[in-house]
Design a protein around this ligand. Structure first.
Ligand SMILES: Cc1cc2nc3c(=O)[nH]c(=O)nc-3n(C[C@H](O)[C@H](O)[C@H](O)COP(=O)(O)OP(=O)(O)OC[C@H]3O[C@@H](n4cnc5c(N)ncnc54)[C@H](O)[C@@H]3O)c2cc1C
Length: 279
């Protein structure tokens, strides 16, 4: 939307293709409402519409609307589909009932499909802003306990300090230097086995396990260990990957940035518009 705004200000005809019913990306669908009000996004959309930007909502670029066709129609295409696929843990028990990923958990909460977690012990695996949000949401949904399990030290945790402090203040517990090894249960979860990790001298160096195990009871496990691009945007076209697209296509936002933050997405959109101007 920032790229669209910059281009529309210059008098370009801009169309936004958005697969969801509403525009706004992660800020609309994933950031918990108690932390981020949506009225700023709505104002931005109203301003864009006033400037003539067309919103094609519920329109997924992919099988039905191939990227190739869109490229033919426009002088430049800024591709910013974000990264909405969760990274998997790849451990035993990940398929058990009660294990879920940050994507479905936060989406359900933010779209009002709230489920009560009353009396449940929740473990969130991860250490970024997404993990903090999941742990805080679990408490708001009535969880008996909500614990963050992070495989490195507190100092190495990537979450914004103010967000981890807010989570702690609300009652989220933190376990550092623990790597999940196995989720226990039969049909339902009963707990998680962690292996303690050793502090490495190298900041964010490779993880070394100590051999010491720790077993914690849990009714729910939420996995929030990272995000991956969803390549459905390439379906229906001949392009094989996001790295080899025609010069008219400029990647922007999370998909193009190593640090996946709002500030970086905005800077990336500005750089993409610069490149589009030169086409
Ligand atoms: C829970 C959570 C908390 C966060 N907290 C913070 C924070 O506190 N501070 C911070 O700076 N950052 C935070 N972030 C990160 C921030 O939200 C992202 O970096 C930013 O939203 C990325 O913007 P984007 O435009 O690249 O992608 P997105 O916001 O993901 O938008 C991509 C859009 O493309 C659409 N799309 C995808 N595929 C298609 C397709 N094939 N066809 C049509 N449309 C498609 C999607 O529906 C979406 O609307 C957080 C992220 C999460 C998940």
């Amino acid at each position: 939307m920032h790229a669209a705004w910059l281009l529309a200000k210059e008098g370009c005809a801009v169309e936004i293709f958005e697969k969801q019913p509403l525009a706004g990306g992660m800020l609309r669908y994933y950031l918990p409402i108690f932390r981020f009000k949506r009225d700023g996004i709505d104002k931005k959309i109203a301003d864009l519409k006033k400037r003539g930007v067309k919103f094609r909502l519920k329109t997924e670029i992919g099988k039905k609307n191939p990227l190739q066709k869109i490229i033919e129609k426009f002088d430049a295409v800024i591709l910013a589909p974000g990264e909405w696929k969760p990274r998997l843990l790849g451990i035993e028990g990940e398929g058990l009932k009660g294990v879920e990923y940050w994507t479905e958990f936060l989406l359900e909460y933010n779209t009002g499909k709230v489920r009560s977690l009353k009396g449940k012990n929740v473990i969130v695996v991860g250490g970024g802003d997404t993990a903090m949000d999941c742990a805080r949401v679990a408490l708001k949904l009535g969880a008996e306990s909500s614990s963050i399990a992070y495989r490195r030290t507190k100092e190495e945790m990537p979450a914004i300090k103010a967000e981890s402090a807010a989570a702690e203040k609300e009652g989220v517990r933190f376990l550092f230097n623990v790597a999940p090894e196995k989720i226990l249960g039969d049909k339902k979860i009963i707990g998680v086995v962690f292996e303690k990790t050793l502090q490495t001298s190298e900041f964010r160096g490779s993880i070394k396990k100590s051999g010491e195990q720790l077993k914690l009871p849990a009714d729910r496990v939420i996995i929030a260990i990272g995000q991956l691009p969803d390549t459905c945007v390439l379906e229906g076209s001949t392009y094989k990957n996001l790295q080899h697209l025609p010069g008219k296509v400029i990647l922007a936002g999370d998909i193009a940035e190593e640090k996946k933050t709002i500030a970086n997405a905005i800077a990336s959109a500005t750089a993409a518009v610069e490149r589009a101007r030169k086409l």
